[in-house]
Unconditional design. Sequence first.
Length: 229
Amino acid sequence: MPALSSNQKYNPNPITKFVATILLGLTVVNPLKDLFAWGVVIFLSILFLIVKEEKDAIKNIVIYLFLWRFPSLADLNSFPAIIKIIFSIFFIIRIFYLPFLAGKYFIKTSDVGSIITSMDKLKIPSAFSIPIAVMFRFFPSFKEERKNIKLAMKIRGITPKNPIAYIEYVMVPLLVLSSNIADDIAKAAETKCIADPGEKVRYKKVRFGLVDCIFSLIMGFLLIGGWIC
């Protein structure tokens, strides 16, 4: 994760980002006004730029602009049934896009140690925190291995033109690799005494700073303003 190397001082605390993600999840049932929703998208895109994720920053704005151009559910009454169904799918994606964007920023700019330390401070049970830690370890490794498998298939001339063979050559190695990655993570967790109920000593120190205050104020203004208006 490049965000954690050179821009740590501009990276909010995982607790702050986690709370923001939860609050943005409430926009699914109580959507924000367009102006404030755009404010959230632009603000998070700026944060992606700060951590050197330029592609994600541009992609976020382009995708939301594409989704924003589709009519709302109230405007779909005059459309034919098939078009109404298609447009409603894009509208639903647009509703879930803000919490998805916040969760994406949370995952890309948070390391496992800081997240576990944050959850310990919040007194979150290990039954919840341990699966989160495993997820953060598993999916980056899985994504990297998937790229390697696709590259190997490309070198061997195996293309999606034959879907059945392509699925066989890709899915079987992925299933084996997934099992191996899960075993490695489980072994690493056991060697670190993850099952020991005693108090753990964390190398990562979780602190709140000026960047957390600025992040919370801006996000709070956009959320409260969007709901009040």
